[in-house]
Write a protein that binds this ligand. Structure first.
Ligand code: SF4
Ligand code: SF4
Length: 322
C-alpha cells in the first residue's frame, strides 16, 4: 500500500530502517512538511483506489506540526490511519493522539530496536508512548544481522499489552550504497532466525509479518512449515510500494528513489503509477542484467511462476555491489 511521507523531519532520538534514506531522498527545495492542499490531493488518490488504510510515515510523522489534525482528517474521510513512528514524542502530543485516534480505525506501527542498539532515553520514551497508545500499537523491527536476539519483541508486547503483531523488515541497500544491509549470502542464516521467531510467535499468539525483499529459496521446507504453522504473513515480494513525498513526488520505494521519480498528479491513479514503476524497475534491472539477489535467480522456476521476486531490487544498483 502507498505510504504518505507527511514530513522529512526526523527525531534526534530515534530512527527507522529508512530514516536516513528518506532524509537523503529529499530533493533540493523540497518542503519539509506536507501542506494541507497536497495532503487532500493524496487522500483523494487513496479514496479513489479504495485503499482502506493511509500509512503516515516520515522522517518522524509525529513531527508534522499538524499531525493530530491530519489523523482526524483521514478518519473523517472514513479511512483508517496508520502512524509509522519511533514513538519518541512529547507527552502532550502523545495525549492528543490518544484522544484523536479511534481504536477501531487507527494503528501505530512503532519501530523498535534491540536493547544494545537503543539510544539513551529510547526505552523510557517508548514506554511513555505505550502507556497512552499501547492498545493501538504493534511493533516493527528491522534486521541486519542473522544473530540478532529478537525475543525482546515478545517481551515488549507482553509488558505493554500491545497488539499481538510484529512486522519484520530487512535492511535493504539504499541511497547508493549497501549502507549496513545484510549481504544475500547470509539470508539463509537469517531464515533460521525468522523461523525461530515465528515458532515463538506461534506459542505466544502473535502474528509475524515479513516485509518485502525476503527470498523463498533461503527458507528450508522446515522453516516454511514453522512459518505456516504460525500463520506468518509472507509473500517474498518486491514492490512497487509507492512512496509519496511532501511535495507529491513519488518513488517506487525508498531504496529506488533515484529511479524515475514521478509527480503524483501526472498519473490518474495508484494503479497507473504502480504499472509505471513496475515497468521502470523491470527495464532498469533488465538493462543491468539483474534478475535477483542470487546467481541462481536467473532461470529460477519460483521467479518464473511469480512466487518469489528474487529479493530486493536495490541489490541490483551498482553502488550496492561490494
Ligand atoms: S526494491 Fe523491492 S524489496 Fe527492496 S525495498 Fe523496494 S519494494 Fe522492497
Ligand atoms: S528467484 Fe532467486 S531468491 Fe527467489 S527463490 Fe529463486 S533463486 Fe531464490
Amino acid at each position: 500500500m502507498p505510504n504518505l511521507i507527511v514530513t522529512f523531519e526526523q527525531s534526534q532520538r530515534g530512527s527507522s530502517c529508512f530514516a536516513q534514506e528518506r532524509h537523503l531522498a529529499r530533493g533540493p527545495g523540497s518542503p519539509t512538511h506536507m501542506a494541507w492542499g497536497d495532503l487532500v490531493t493524496a487522500i483523494n488518490y487513496f479514496e479513489q483506489a479504495r485503499e482502506p488504510v493511509v500509512p503516515l510515515v516520515g522522517g518522524e510523522p509525529g513531527l508534522h506540526p499538524e499531525i493530530v489534525a491530519i489523523c482526524r482528517y483521514v478518519l473523517a474521510r472514513r479511512l483508517r490511519v496508520e502512524i509509522q513512528t519511533a514513538g519518541l514524542l512529547d507527552a502532550a502530543l502523545v495525549d492528543a493522539l490518544g484522544a484523536a485516534l479511534a481504536p477501531e480505525k487507527s494503528h501505530c506501527l512503532v519501530l523498535v530496536r534491540p536493547e544494545g542498539e537503543r539510544l539513551q532515553g529510547e526505552t523510557e520514551g517508548q514506554a511513555r508512548f505505550f502507556e497512552v497508545l499501547g492498545g493501538v500499537s504493534s511493533l516493527s523491527c528491522c534486521v541486519d544481522r542473522p544473530d540478532a536476539d529478537l525475543g525482546f519483541l515478545l517481551e515488549l508486547i507482553s509488558i505493554h499489552r500491545l497488539r499481538r503483531r510484529i512486522r519484520l523488515s530487512l535492511r535493504h541497500p539504499a541511497d547508493g550504497g549497501s549502507g549496513g544491509s545484510l549481504s544475500p549470502d547470509r539470508f539463509e542464516m537469517l531464515a533460521e532466525l525468522v523461523a525461530r521467531l515465528a515458532a515463538r510467535c506461534e506459542r505466544e499468539d502473535v502474528i509475524l509479518e515479513l516485509d518485502c525483499g525476503f527470498t523463498l529459496c533461503d527458507f528450508s521446507d522446515a522453516h516454511l512449515g514453522a512459518l505456516a504453522r504460525a500463520g506468518t504473513e509472507l509473500s517474498f515480494r518486491c514492490g512497487p510500494i509507492i512512496e509519496i513525498a511532501p511535495d507529491l513526488t513519488t518513488w517506487a520505494c525508498f531504496p529506488l528513489h533515484e529511479l524515475a521519480p514521478q509527480p503524483l498528479e501526472q498519473h490518474q491513479s495508484f494503479a497507473a503509477l504502480r504499472a509505471f514503476f513496475a515497468e521502470a524497475v523491470r527495464s532498469e534491472m533488465s538493462a543491468r542484467g539483474f534478475c535477483g539477489v542470487h546467481s541462481q535467480c536467473d532461470g529460477c522456476r519460483h521467479l518464473a511462476r511469480g512466487r518469489c521476486a528474487g529479493g530486493c531490487r536495490a541489490h541490483g544498483l551498482p553502488e550496492a555491489k561490494p
